[in-house]
Design a protein around this ligand. Sequence first.
Ligand code: GLC
Length: 658
Amino acid sequence: MISRYSFGKPFETEALVVKIEATEGKLPFFRTDGEGNYYYDFDDKDIVYGLGEQIRGINKRGWTYTSWNLDNPHHHEDTHSLYGAHNFLLVDGKELFGVFFDFPGKITFDIGYTKRNEMHVYADRNDMNVYIITGDNKKDIVNQFRVAIGQSYLAPFWAFGYGQSKWGYITEDDVRRVAEEYAKLGTPLDSIYLDIDYMQDFKDFTVNPERFSDLKKLAESMKEQGIHLVPIIDAGVKIEDGYDVYEEGVANNYFCKNEEGKDFVGAVWPGKVHFPDFLQPEARSWFGEKYGELTKLGIDGFWNDMNEPAIFYSEESLSEAIDAVASLKGKNIGLSEYFSTMGTIQGLSSNPKYYDQFYHNVNGQMVRHSDIHNLFGMNMTRAANEALCKLEPEKRTLFFSRASFIGAHRYGGIWQGDNLSWWSHILQGMQQLPALNMAGFIYIGSDTGGFGADTTEDLMLRWIQFALFTPLFRNHSALGTREQELYQFDSCKAMTEMVKIRYALIPYLYSEYLKAVINNDMMFKPLSFEFDDEESKCVEDQLLIGNELMIAPIYKQNASGRYVYLPEDMMLIRMRKYDDYETEQMTKGHHYIKVALDELVFFVRKDKAIPFAKPAKSTSELDLNSLGRLGYEGAKYEMYMDDGINPDVSATLKRVEI
Ligand code: GLC
C-alpha cells in the first residue's frame, strides 16, 4: 500500500505517474517537527537500502548523503553527492517499509552518521510529498513503488552490445581505426561513442566539418559493420552570434533567466553558455527536435551530459577569482592567503551559489533553480526522448544521461559518471546497481576500465568480468589517460573472449532486462531480497542477476580468488571462452574460489538454467533461434524476447520456454 503525506506546498516533480490522494493522518514510522526534519530510530540490525546512485555500500547506514545533482568526479568515500537524486529508501528490520521523499531541491539523509541509531532526513524547505510504502516483503514494496513511478525506459536490443568510447577520438579516422582494430582482433562491437570532440567548438547539434567531413557517410559505413555511432549532447548552449540554437533560444525565451530577467550565463566546455529551461514544455520540444538533425544523419543513440547542470564558473565568480589572484601580485603571501586564494579557484566549479542566481519559467511563475535543481537533467532527457518518440515513432532510440531524478527512468538510462580506474570502483559501481533498480533505472552501467586515471591490464580484465553483466557495457575513459581500447593490451585475446561471453549471455541478460522493465521488477538484487538468512543480509559484494544467476566479481589487484557465500546450493561456471568451460556443483555455505585472471566465474542458482547463444560480431548477427543452455539438467527457463526495435514492447513480445 502506498500513502502520500503532504507538507507545505510541494512542487509537482512528475516523479509519479499515478495520482495518490494525500492522507490526513500522521506520518507513520517517522517523528517530524513540521519544519522539514524527519527522524527514524533504528534497531542495531536494521538495514537501509536505496538512494540510487550514491557512494558506499548496499546498506546505507553510517554516512550522510545529500541529493544534490553534482558534476563530481570524486566518487570517494567522503563524498556526499553524485549526479543523481534518488530519494527512495527501503528500511528492513524492526519495521519494513519504503519511503520516497518527493522533493526537487537539496535534501540530506543522515543515516546513522550523527547518531548511530537514528536516521535524520532534512531539506531546505518543508514543501514535499512523502510516500510511505508497505508490503509483504522487500520485492513487493519496490514493485509497488515502481508501478507508481511508471514503466522504465526501454533500450534497443543493439544497446546490449559492447561499446567503445574515449574522450579524445578527434577525427573520423580515429573512429574508423577503432572499428578496424576491433575487427582485426575479432572482438564483437556494437557502438562507438563520440565525445565532445566531434562538435564544432563544443556547440550542440553541430559537427566539425574538418574533422568529421561527412558524419552521415561515416554513420552508414559503421552501420554496415554493425556499429552504431552514439554522440554526446551537453546541456549548455554556446553563446555565439549566428549559431541557430543560441539565436532561437534567445528569441523565444527558452533559456533560464537571471534575477534581472536576462539570459543567465554560465561556462562549460564551449566557454560561455545559456542553459535551456527544460522545465518549459515549449523549450523541451524545441531542444528535443534538434536531436532530429543528428538522427537524419543516421544516428540512433545519444548520451546527455553536463546536465546537473555542471557550471565551471560564472562571469562574476571568475572575475572575482582573477582579482583575488591579481591582488597577490608582488606580495609576500602567507599560508592563509595562499590557501584562501586556492580555495576561491577550486570553489569556482559548480559552486552552489550559481544555482541561486537563475530561474525557470514554470507556468508563468519564476522558480529559483536551486529549489528544483534536481529536476534539470531529467527534463533534458525527457526533451530528447519525447521528441524522438514523435520524430522516429517506429523505433527505439538509445538515451542515457548523467544527471537524473526519479522519473528520469522513464526517458532513458544512466551511466554512473566519472569514476576512476581504481579497484574500489568496480565494487562501488556494483553496489549502486540494486539501488538504481529500486529507483526505476534498469539500463545502467559504469565506465568499464575506469574513466579518470590510468587503468592497468589486470584491472581492465577484472572490470570486464563484472561489467559484462550490466545492460550498458561501455569502455570509456578521459582525455589524457592511458589508452584502454582492448587492443592496447597484451591480454587483448583474453579480453575478447570475455566480450564474446557477454554476447553469449545477451539472450539471458536482455530477457531479464525486459522482465525487470515490464514487470516493474529488479534485475540486480542483493542476496537478502531472495534469501532470509542472517548472512545473506550482510553480503555487500555479490549480486543476484535476474532470477537465475549470482555474481561475485573480483575487485582486488593480484587476487587469485575470493571468498564467496552461497545462500543455497548452486552451480559454479568457470569460463575461459564461451565454448571452453567447466561446471561444478557447490553446496550452500562459504567457499574460497580460485579465479585466474583470464577466467570468468559465476553461479547458476539451484534448479535453474539460462539460455546461451553462440557469440557474433554484433547483436544484429546473434542467432536467437538456436540457443544452448547452461545450468541444471531439466530446469526450465522462461525467456522474454521481442524485436528489440518497436517502442511498444507488447507488439512483438514473446515468452518462450527454454
Ligand atoms: C564529462 C563526462 C565524461 C566525458 C567528458 C567530456 O566529464 O562525464 O563522460 O567524457 O565530460 O565530454
